[in-house]
Design a protein around this ligand. Sequence first.
Ligand code: SIN
Length: 311
Amino acid sequence: MNSFDFSTKIASKRFENPIFTASGCASSGQELSQFFPLSEIGAIVTKSIMNKPRTGRITPRMAETPSGMLNSIGLQGPGIDLFLERDIPWLVENKAKVVVSIAGESVDEYGVLARRLRAVQGISAIEVNISCPNVENRGQVFACQPDTASAVIETVRRNIGGELPIIAKLSPDVTDIVEIAASVIKAGVDGLALINTLLGMVIDLNTMQPKLGGKTGGLSGPAIRPIAVRAIYQVHQAFPNTPIVGMGGVSNGRDALELVLAGATAISVGTATFSDPTAVIKIRDELKSLLIERGFTDFKSAIGYAHRQSA
Ligand code: SIN
């Protein structure tokens, strides 16, 4: 059991194991650290940070759905200044591997954020969130069009400089996710995060009005897992050498394994953390056991295995 190599890589960066948090579901890790040492998971992916502090959308911001939930947070956060002053040093002190997620209202804002992050020590990668569904207008979901998606990534690439891997977080709310993936790969990403939430709505039958203050929200949880598996499978088939951080309704080791077999290089756990803050640790251990049971001696050999069998 000890000889099993559970490590994974995104570009030049090595992670001890492939289980990450999902952006937005564990802030910058402080709450989770009371349940386990953050160094025990592959990485903390921080809540997408913007240039200025932001209060987010009006409440209510969450609604339960069959096998999932809707969120309409609206990128609430402290802004880059406080994040760099408070959260990054705390994460480094706690020996966490850190993937910083960034979001912007304009291409320029992404460039500004990349410049602020380029020389910061203790960051393993940047997740460029171009797919938040809870923005003022759909034109700001940069990941819905190949040209706007690539414009953001080109700007981040130019401003981030040398070494830091860039991961683009894409939306499943598109006709052809492979086309969007192709555009951001051409623009210089080192990896992809698949998938963000899907745009949804719930109507309260008593008030007969949308339940969420912002009316629409992002659907996550087990209900979206088959969509994540499909998107990861399609993109891995087209770009087998591009690392994919897979996410979407992973609640146990079997779910994680499904995404890995489809082509995920790492797995982010989000919604499951709300009902069990130790879910990331349980999923990490279950995934390792499942891989060993299936005769794998390292994690990397399982990535995209479903393609090899169906070729
Ligand atoms: C939010 O803060 O509204 C969610 C962010 C996201 O889904 O990208």
